[in-house]
Design a protein around this ligand. Structure first.
Ligand SMILES: CC(C)(COP(=O)(O)OP(=O)(O)OC[C@H]1O[C@@H](n2cnc3c(N)ncnc32)[C@H](O)[C@@H]1OP(=O)(O)O)[C@@H](O)C(=O)NCCC(=O)NCCS
Length: 307
């Protein structure tokens, strides 16, 4: 189980760190520079616990990692992964990988576009571990107690999909207004275009667990919502058109409906909306013949798909 670290974990984390250092760095760090349990415990009792996670196995702490902003980077867009340690007795069983992946997810969820870490240049084991997970060498880092270190960087640019939260409502409403203007200007009258105010009102009424957004490099790239076996809404920010955002959100919504026990799904889209109709058809959706008029002269067609 991976969970946030608490003050009560200080001693156990300190003991684990010292064991891991002695195991991993015996030939690298001079004996007099090895951290002590007391010093590490004081760091965990007195320092910030933000972004620190521990892995617990059968009630014992077997691994630790911490994430946060990289203080040397001024724009706040770069995160840092630090202090990933697994108890020597627990290594090689996937715990390091699980803590690593958890930390990277947390860095992404914090909105960092990339992250750095530093590792002793001589620590071939950890360097291989990070390189197999996409980290790229990014030059020398400052020496630590005379021991050369190297910096690695990971791009976090991959897209993530997460539930919509109350704080997202305004940004989503704005995205929707931009998307309508970009996609529907040819067939929806100006008077029928949504406003940020009316979309914000609609989004405030959405029940939790019914809408997800795609985030790319910390920006909201698209949104999808489901209700009663239907995909009620799918919008991609015009700036992210022709990327995989629409497909990823559609696939996510289909998965949600399937998980909720639906074997068939419906959606409505403007008859004139060639781009989204092509997307639905690529995903196996077919017209079922139903049509409705959304406003005078503007029709919607219905698609259905077995899940
Ligand atoms: C680097 C370190 C964190 C790795 O931790 P670990 O628990 O041994 O790592 P894992 O077991 O997850 O991964 C090791 C390998 O075993 C594999 N593995 C073995 N059994 C596994 C299992 N049951 N499930 C998943 N993966 C498993 C992993 O896939 C990984 O292989 P890969 O890197 O080729 O993908 C650990 O060696 C450590 O604490 N070292 C000392 C401190 C250190 O160097 N820290 C980094 C400095 S910043």
């Amino acid at each position: 189980m991976i969970r946030p670290a608490g003050r009560a974990d200080a001693r156990a984390i300190a003991e684990l760190e010292v064991r891991a250092w002695r195991w991993a760095f015996v030939d690298v760090v001079p004996d007099g520079d090895m951290p002590t349990i007391e010093a590490r415990e004081a760091r965990w009792t007195g320092g910030a616990l933000d972004g620190a996670f521990v892995a617990e196995v059968e009630g014992r702490i077997a691994g630790v990692v911490q994430i946060g902003p990289e203080p040397a980077e001024v724009d706040g867009a770069v995160g840092r992964l630090r202090g990933l340690y697994v108890d020597p007795a627990a290594q090689g069983a996937g715990l390091g990988a699980a803590l690593h992946d958890h930390a990277v997810q947390a860095l992404r969820a914090s909105g960092f576009g990339s992250a750095i870490l530093e590792v002793f240049t001589a620590n071939g084991h950890a360097r291989g571990f990070y390189e197999r997970r996409g980290w790229e060498p990014a030059g020398e880092a400052q020496e630590w107690a005379g021991v050369p270190s190297i910096r690695y960087r990971l791009s976090l640019g991959g897209m993530t999909i997460r539930l919509v939260k109350a704080g997202d409502v305004h940004a989503i409403a704005a995205l929707q207004v931009r998307a309508w203007r970009a996609e529907y200007a040819g067939f929806v009258d100006e008077a029928d275009m949504p406003t940020i105010a009316d979309r914000t009102g609609l989004w405030n009424g959405v029940r939790p667990g019914e809408a997800w957004l795609a985030e790319q490099d910390g920006s909201i790239a698209g949104v999808v919502g489901v209700a009663e076996g239907e995909i009620g809404i799918l919008h991609v920010d015009p700036a992210f058109r022709d990327s995989e955002v629409g497909s990823a959100l559609l696939g996510h919504a289909e998965g949600v409906l399937r998980d909720r026990g639906h074997t068939m799904a419906l959606l409505w889209t403007f008859r004139e909306n060639a781009a989204s109709r092509a997307l639905y058809e690529r995903h196996g959706w077919t017209l079922d013949g139903a049509e409705q008029e959304r406003s005078p002269g503007v029709s919607e067609v219905r698609y259905r798909r077995a899940l």
